[in-house]
Structures are given as C-alpha cells and as structure tokens.
Design a protein around this ligand. Sequence first.
Ligand code: ADP
Ligand code: MG
Length: 229
Amino acid sequence: MTLLLDDITLTYPDGEGRLTALDRVSLDVPAGRLTAVVGPSGSGKSSLLAVAATLVTPDSGRVIVDGSEVRGLSRADAARLRRRAVGIVFQQPNLLPSLTAEEQLQVMAHLDGRRNRHVRERARELLDAVGLAGQAHRRPHQLSGGQRQRVNIARALMNEPRVLLVDEPTSALDHERGAAVLALLGELTRERSTATVLVTHDRGALGVADRVVEMVDGRLAEAGVSSAP
Ligand code: ADP
Ligand code: MG
C-alpha cells in the first residue's frame, strides 16, 4: 500500500472542548490510482490531506506512507519522508516571485541536498510533462493562473513522490483550464504511479478519478466509482 490511513481520528481545540475534524477515517490509495474526495466546506477534507502529508499528527489511528508508519519516526525522519515521498499541491501555487519556473522546481531538489545537472534535466522534463516546455525561464508574473498551477504540480513531482496530495487545484481557474488541470493530474498519476488524493468541488474530477469518496462531518463514505477506464 502506498498510502494508508487507518482509523484516523483528529480533533482540534475548540473553546472548552474539542472539535472532531476526522472521525475514524480509513482510506487506502494504491500506486497509480487517483481518489477524489468531495464534500461540503468544513467537512474535514483539508485536515485529511494534512494528516496524509504528515503535517498534522492525528489523535489516533495509523498513517503509512510508502511503507513507513509515520508514528514513531523522529521529527527529522518524518521531514525526510515528507520531502522525498510526498508531493503537495495547494489551491494557491505559492511560487516565489523572483524565481523562474525551472528554478521553482530546482529548489525542491536543493532542499533535499541535491544540486547537479540531473536536477536541471528533471525540472525541464517535468515542465515539458505539464505542457510548459517553452516557459521554463518565465517568472510567476509572466505566467497565467493555469500555468502557475501547472508549475505548482510539476514542483510537487520534483522529488519523485510516491504520494501526491492535491487540495482544490481548480478553484481559481475557469472551467476549461480547470478541466485541463484535472486531466493532467489523471495522466500524471498513471504515468508516474503516484497514489493521488484530490480534494475538489469540481464535478469534472469525477471523470479522472478511479474512486470518489465523500466527506461529511469528518466521516468518509463511498460516493460511487467513476465511469473512467
Ligand atoms: P474542509 O477542507 O473540508 O473545508 P477542514 O479540514 O479545513 O475542512 O476543516 C474541518 C473542521 O476543522 C472545520 O470545522 C474547521 O473550522 C476546523 N479546523 C481546521 N483546521 C483547524 C485548526 N488548525 N484549528 C482548529 N480548527 C480547525
Ligand atoms: Mg479545505
């Protein structure tokens, strides 16, 4: 199993008591498959991704990322696992204004202590894969919203993650560009064999997902299987 969440409960402090954001949630995402998570605002979708990303430690339950159980890892080992095994794409690309598209990707390898010709080749190859072959030297202000989101996705793939976590990537895009980004995520999942979790409000995601689950009040339920092959 590439990503396994097993019986996860997560609460946040809330005044005198606790708010239950995830209520005994289990989810198993194999390599090369895309699971879409839908559900109303405030239902716990981003919390689910934060737990899967090892950014937040749940109250109980097991998180297994690329074969490693997260509980029990030191902070440094957890950070290394996150850097190497997990790619994260948030709604806002959060690109550094002064860096070119290619440099945004190279930074990810530099953080992992790698700095060589191979890093540059990989950045080029990924920009090509997301349809930005001609834009490698552009800075964020020279790119459209859709292009920036593609840089964001390419950057998340820079360290060859086994797990790809994507939170509402199309909410700032128009329908057409949003659909293209969703199709791209489906392709990348299959080509690069990532275990992908895609949180979205976009019905268009249902076509690229292998499985759709729905989050309601911190609980996860099957929402049906898409007709995609
Ligand atoms: P969604 O992504 O589906 O909108 P979230 O996971 O962001 O839902 O939030 C689930 C619930 O947890 C909401 O009630 C939200 O207000 C609460 N919540 C999220 N993050 C925190 C936090 N860091 N501290 C306290 N409460 C939080
Ligand atoms: Mg959210």
